[in-house]
Design a protein around this ligand. Structure first.
Ligand code: NAD
Length: 294
């Protein structure tokens, strides 16, 4: 299949490489040269702009940082909806506001395109291993068109509901993840302050009722686990500022619905303080080193 892939960052690059490895012809575009070079080295083709990546492809996948990037890519006179072939299936895997996902999908539909929101969970390790979870919003028939490709990048592919539903689930999931990472860090710091070995502490909590994804698969304490950002200077992974964006989406969504998310609000304030101390580009598990808050 001919595929266009826009956004070859920490997630997009390994996802696009998995499509190349599966034998697809993938044309990629990113704003950063080093990402383009890495994609070329892995056998991908690169082009000079997003519209060129969307030419003559059956499926166009985007994996961008936030809502404004997705709006910028698809909408407006220079956007993809004005230039691509409406037979191209559009798949946005970025984590963005459910409302923006609905707006962009409706604009796509008005121009004759089919579009699904397909945000992912599983981190950069899941993107590399091709074991991501996809949560898809839109028409179920469009998910079936995309499924053979999603299966090359992920292990669990869920239909969430109508347009934007994938994003709503992703926002709920990441609010929980952000809170979990803070709680896990806090428990580890308390144990360490008591003189405990963080590995022993982690191993025991992982077999007790405190077990969770952050503790077991993405431990925030350096040296406890190999191959996670905490053991690589918090480089790569899922940035603090991206987590902050997702907590902002959760709080905004809750406020629109008059829903109560006190822990989500507190988590957002703590990640914001951490970002403002100069850590915005580090992996979000670096909140383990959050400065004393009281
Ligand atoms: P990233 O910042 O590493 O990558 C985003 C890429 O998009 C960058 O390389 C940037 O240059 C590129 N880009 C931005 N605007 C562009 C444009 N107009 N045209 C082409 N390229 C453009 O971010 P990431 O970690 O890969 O995350 C991407 C999305 O996936 C985000 O929405 C994030 O919330 C979500 N996500 C990330 C993770 C993770 O663990 N990193 C996990 C799940 C979901």
């Amino acid at each position: 299949m001919k595929i266009g892939f826009i956004g070859l960052g920490n997630m997009g690059l390994p996802m696009a490489i998995n499509l190349v490895k599966a034998g697809h012809e993938v044309t990629g575009f990113d704003l950063v040269d080093s990402q383009l070079k890495a994609f070329t080295t892995a056998g991908g083709k690169v082009v000079a702009n997003a519209n060129a990546a969307a030419q003559d492809v059956e499926v166009l996948i985007s994996m961008l940082p936030a809502s404004k990037h997705v709006e910028g890519l698809y909408l407006g006179e220079h956007g993809l909806l004005a230039h691509a072939n409406p037979r191209t299936l559009l798949v946005d895997c970025s984590t963005i506001s459910p409302k923006v996902a609905q707006t962009v999908a409706a604009a796509a539909k008005a121009k004759g395109f089919s579009m699904i929101d397909a945000p992912v969970s599983g981190g950069t390790a899941g993107a590399q291993a091709g074991t991501l979870t996809f949560m898809v919003g839109g028409d179920p028939a469009d998910l079936e068109r995309a499924r053979p490709l999603l299966e090359k990048m992920g292990k669990n592919i869920f239909y969430a509901g109508s347009s934007g539903a994938g994003q709503t689930i992703k926002v709920c999931n990441n609010m929980l993840l952000g809170i979990q990472m803070l709680g896990t860090s806090e428990a580890l710091r308390l144990g360490i302050a008591n003189g405990l070995d963080p590995k022993v502490l982690s191993d025991i909590m992982a077999k007790s009722s405190g077990r969770n994804w952050a503790l077991e698969l993405y431990n925030p304490c350096p040296g406890v686990m190999d191959n996670v950002p905490s053991s690589k200077g918090y480089a790569g992974g899922f940035g603090v500022d991206l987590m902050l964006k997702d907590l902002g989406l959760a709080v905004e969504n809750a406020e629109n619905l008059d829903a109560d998310v006190p822990l989500g609000k507190m988590a957002r304030a703590l990640y914001e303080a951490h970002s403002q101390s100069g850590n915005g580009q580090l992996d979000f598990s670096s909140v383990f080193h959050l400065k004393k808050t009281s």
